[in-house]
Design a protein around this ligand. Structure first.
Ligand SMILES: C[S@@+](CC[C@H](N)C(=O)[O-])C[C@H]1O[C@@H](n2cnc3c(N)ncnc32)[C@H](O)[C@@H]1O
Length: 274
């Protein structure tokens, strides 16, 4: 399904489920990085490309009742779910708004702008970040997190897993997303007029027999396989989505291998005064 935002993975139900699993797997890394970045009680925060709300909710806990979070996404349908999840978490300091990053404005500056897995989906992340920086007060915080998709691997290397990783990378790239945004964050911050950001990186890892680890890999590949076929990529037997999970588990078990999911790079900096 097309979202009209160019978001390559769409927003049909399996994609929402995939985002929820991803949010659960990377929650600890995200919260840790936001805390390290300096998100504090009382701050007014903008979360861009909020999706089902995981990052907005984590930020709302950190800023507390004296602070507030505005989550923004270009896809209206996902925002009801985000609002429902925030209400279920008992949070009254987070609201959600339908808007594209490219057209955002704010009547008064935020103390922080944050976003996870959004810059990799934007055609011009530097222009978007420059615009977002303009919505933050001088001395305020800018914190973004993105994957290093090509950093996913199996250890020791399992050829089948590495093939799935490679075709995912090619499909993302072919569809216009960027697969090394994580390590590109310092360059993107610099080009947007920010100082060199502080950086940290975290990855989820485990055996492919772990349903969450396998579910993450298969969820991304299920979402991207039609894109790969449309792009004319050589997917071969990876197109058999019914048999692939068992093959991945078996080949990894035989090699005694674990899967390392894409590392999530977090970068943060303060908006220069004046
Ligand atoms: C990979 S999801 C990440 C969601 C959330 N930040 C998270 O980490 O769970 C990317 C989100 O960015 C949204 N998005 C894509 N392009 C956008 C744009 N130009 N403006 C605002 N949101 C956008 C998509 O609709 C999608 O919900």
């Amino acid at each position: 399904m097309s979202t009209g935002t160019g978001y390559v993975l769409g927003h049909h139900d399996p994609e929402v489920e995939r985002l929820l699993l991803q949010g659960r797997l990377y929650r600890g890394h995200t919260e840790h990085a936001l805390r390290q970045a300096g998100l504090e009680p009382g701050m007014r925060v903008l979360d861009v490309g909020c999706g089902p709300g995981d990052v907005s909710i984590a930020a709302a806990h950190l800023v507390g009742p004296a602070g507030s979070v505005t989550g923004v996404d270009a896809q209206a349908s996902i925002l009801d779910l985000a609002a429902l999840r925030a209400a279920e978490a008992g949070l009254s300091n987070v609201t959600f708004r339908h808007a594209a990053v490219e057209e955002l404005d704010a009547p008064r500056p935020f103390d922080a702008v944050i976003g996870r897995l959004i810059l990799m989906h934007l055609p011009d992340p530097v222009a978007a970040l420059r615009r977002l920086v303009g919505l933050v007060r001088p001395g305020g915080l800018v914190s973004f997190q993105d994957f290093e998709v090509s950093g996913a691997r199996s250890a020791p290397a399992v050829p089948l897993f590495e093939r799935v990783r490679d075709v995912i990378v090619q499909a993302f790239r072919g569809a216009g997303a960027t697969t090394e945004t994580g390590t590109a964050l310092p360059g993107i911050f610099h080009a947007a007029g920010l100082p060199m950001p502080a950086l940290t990186m975290g990855a989820c890892l485990g055996p492919l027999s772990d349903p969450d680890i396998l579910g993450f890999v298969m969820g991304v590949w299920r979402a991207l396989s039609p894109v790969a076929v449309q792009l004319g990529l050589d997917v071969g037997d990876l197109a058999d989505l019914d048999r692939l999970p068992a093959r991945l588990v078996a080949e990894a078990a035989e090699a005694g291998a674990i899967a390392i999911l894409p590392p999530l790079v977090s970068a943060w900096a303060r908006v220069p005064a004046g």
